[in-house]
Ligand binder design. Structure first.
Ligand code: GLN
Length: 492
C-alpha cells in the first residue's frame, strides 16, 4: 500500500473519514517505507510499536466520532523535541540515552489532535548546522540526486532528517526547529514546504534550547495547505513559555486559496547578493511574475542592514548557546565521563560529549559574552539586531504585506563538500534566512522549481508578525504555478 505514503495530510484526513483505509494501515505503510529507506539515515529512532498503538487508538476515536483535526496522521518529530518516554538526544553524544519524563508542548498538541508518532528524526548536533553533517548520529543523505549522478547530497540542516523524511514519503509531515533557517533551508533543498512561524507563536517548552531568542518550532509538509493544517495544531499560547504570545490561533487553512489581489509584495534589493547563481535570480523573477499575475503589486524595497545580519547572528546565537549548553555537565542525565575530581568529570564530559561545531559555538559565545568583549561584540550585535528589525518595520509601515526572496543562495550541495576548512562557507547558507529570526518574523519556504541539474529550489516569503495567513495565501499561488516536486526513488 505504498500509495498511502504519497497522500497529503488533507487527502489522508478525507480518506480516513470516508473509511477508505484505517489509521493503522496508514501508519503501517509509513513504518514499512521507513524501514526500506534506512540508507538515508533520516530517523535516529524508529517507534513502530508506538505508531501501531497510537494509530489503533486513532481508529477507535474515528469510529466513535471523536476524531481530532490530525486524527491518524503519521508524523516524524525532530530529535530536538522532548518526547515523553522516547529517547531524545538533540543528536549529541552528551545527551546519550536521555529519555525525557515530559512531552514538549508542541508535540503534545499534535498528539492531542490525534497525530501518530513514527519516530525521531536526525538533525545537526543541537541544531547547529546547515547540512545535517554535525549530527553525532551521522549525516543524512538527501533523497534527491543530481541528474545522472550518484553523488550523495545533503538535505540541508539543521532539520535534515525531517526534511528528508517528508520529501521521501516516509512521513506525511514532520516538525522542525528554526533558529537561523533550519526549517526553510532544508525545505528548499528537498522540494517541500517549511514554515518558521512568528517568534512566540509556538511554545518552546520542552524543545532542547539552542538560542532561545531565535528558536521557533514549525512544520515540514509537501503542500502549503498541509503546512496550514499542521501549524494550527502546533501553535498556541503556553504559560510554560514566557515568550509565548497569547493571541488566538486562526484557522490557517481558510487562508489557503484566498485571493492575493492588492497585496503589496516587497522585493528587497539587498538580497541580490554577490555570487548568487543566475538560476536563483531567474527563479526569483519567476516568483515575482507569478504573484503579479495573481493580482499582487510588486514593490522594490530596501532592507539596508541586511549585510550585517549574518555576522550579528553568529554572535547572538553562539552567545545564547554557550549559556544554554552550560547545563550539560554529566551530573543529572546524559553522558558522564569520569575525571580525577568533579572538575575533571565536567571537563571530560563536556570535551568528550560535544562535537567540534558545538564546541566552536560555545567558545565563540563565551568569548563574546566575556567582560572585556561584551560591549564590543554582544551589545553591538544586539543593536544591529534592532536595526534589522526596524528595516522590516519601516517596510511594513509603508504598506508592504510580505517580502519575496530566494530561500537559499544555491541548491543542495554534496556531503562533505562545504565547510571543512572554513566554517564560514557553511554559515553563508543562511544569508537569506537569518534576518527573519533576528526580526522575529514569520517565513515560509515554498518549492518553486528545479535547477539545471534537476535539484529543487525554493522561494521564501516573509510576513508581518503573526500574519502567517498572508504567507499561506501567497504560498499557495506559488505552489499552484510551480507544481509539486518529488525525488526519483533510488533507495530500496
Ligand atoms: N544554520 C544555522 C546555524 O547553524 C541555523 C541553524 C538553525 O536554524 N537551527 O546556526
Amino acid at each position: 500500500m505504498s500509495e498511502l505514503t504519497t497522500l497529503t495530510i488533507a487527502a489522508a484526513r478525507d480518506g480516513l473519514k470516508q473509511k477508505k483505509f484505517s489509521a493503522a494501515e496508514l501508519a503501517a505503510a509509513h513504518v514499512d517505507a521507513i524501514e526500506k529507506a534506512r540508507t538515508l539515515n533520516a530517523f535516529v529512532l524508529e517507534t513502530p510499536q508506538r505508531a501501531a498503538a497510537m494509530s489503533k487508538a486513532a481508529d477507535a476515536r474515528l469510529a466513535a466520532g471523536t476524531a481530532g483535526p490530525l486524527e491518524g496522521i503519521p508524523l516524524a518529530i525532530k530529535d530536538m523535541f522532548c518526547t515523553e518516554g522516547v529517547r531524545t538526544t538533540a543528536c549529541s553524544h552528551i545527551l546519550d540515552n536521555f529519555v525525557p519524563t515530559y512531552e514538549s508542548t508542541v508535540s503534545g498538541q499534535l498528539w492531542r489532535d490525534g497525530a501518530v508518532l513514527l519516530g525521531k528524526t536526525n538533525n545537526d548536533e543541537f541544531a547547529m548546522g546547515s547540512s545535517n553533517e554535525t549530527s553525532f548520529m551521522g549525516a543524512v543523505t538527501s533523497p534527491w540526486r543530481r541528474r545522472g549522478s550518484n553523488t550523495p547530497l545533503v538535505p540541508g540542516g539543521s532539520s535534515g532528517g525531517s526534511a528528508a523524511a517528508v520529501s521521501a514519503h516516509l512521513a506525511l509531515a514532520a516538525t522542525g526547529t528554526d533558529t537561523g533557517g533550519s526549517i526553510r533551508q532544508p525545505a528548499a533543498f528537498t522540494g517541500i514546504v517549511g514554515i518558521k512561524p512568528t517568534y512566540g507563536r509556538c511554545s518552546r517548552w520542552g524543545i532542547v534550547a539552542f538560542a532561545s531568542s531565535l528558536d521557533q518550532a514549525g512544520p515540514f509538509t509537501r503542500t502549503v495547505r498541509d503546512g496550514a493544517i499542521m501549524l494550527r495544531s502546533m501553535a498556541g499560547y503556553d504559560p510554560k513559555d514566557t515568550t509565548s504570545v497569547d493571541i488566538a490561533v486562526p484557522d490557517y487553512e481558510a487562508a489557503v486559496g484566498k485571493s492575493i489581489k492588492g497585496k503589496r509584495i516587497g522585493i528587497p534589493k539587498e538580497y541580490r547578493v554577490d555570487g548568487m547563481s543566475a538560476e536563483i535570480d531567474k527563479l526569483w523573477d519567476q516568483g515575482r511574475a507569478w504573484l503579479e499575475a495573481a493580482g499582487a503589486e510588486i514593490v522594490e524595497v530596501s532592507l539596508p542592514h541586511t549585510k550585517y545580519a549574518l555576522p550579528a547572528y553568529y554572535i547572538v546565537a553562539p552567545a545564547e548557546a554557550s549559556s544554554n549548553l552550560a547545563r550539560y555537565d554529566g551530573v543529572r542525565y546524559g553522558l558522564r565521563l569520569p575525571g580525577r575530581d568533579i572538575n575533571g568529570m565536567y571537563e571530560n564530559t563536556r570535551a568528550g560529549g560535544f562535537g567540534k561545531e558545538v564546541r566552536r559555538r560555545i567558545m565563540i559565545g563565551t568569548y563574546v559574552l566575556s567582560a572585556g568583549y561584551y560591549d564590543a561584540y554582544y551589545l553591538r550585535a544586539q543593536k544591529v539586531r534592532t536595526l534589522i528589525k526596524k528595516d522590516f518595520e519601516d517596510c511594513f509601515d509603508q504598506g508592504i504585506d510580505a517580502m519575496l526572496t530566494p530561500a537559499t543562495p544555491s541548491a543542495a550541495f554534496g556531503v562533505g563538500e562545504k565547510g571543512g576548512a572554513d566554517p564560514i562557507e557553511m554559515y553563508l547558507n543562511d544569508v537569506f534566512t537569518v534576518t527573519v529570526n533576528m526580526a522575529g518574523l514569520p517565513g515560509i519556504s515554498v518549492p518553486a522549481g528545479l535547477d539545471g541539474q534537476g535539484l529543487p529550489l525554493g522561494l521564501q516569503l516573509i510576513g508581518r508578525p503573526f500574519d502567517e495567513e498572508t504567507l499561506f495565501s501567497l504560498g499557495q499561488v506559488i505552489e499552484d504555478a510551480a507544481g509539486r516536486f518529488t525525488p526519483a526513488r533510488w533507495w530500496a
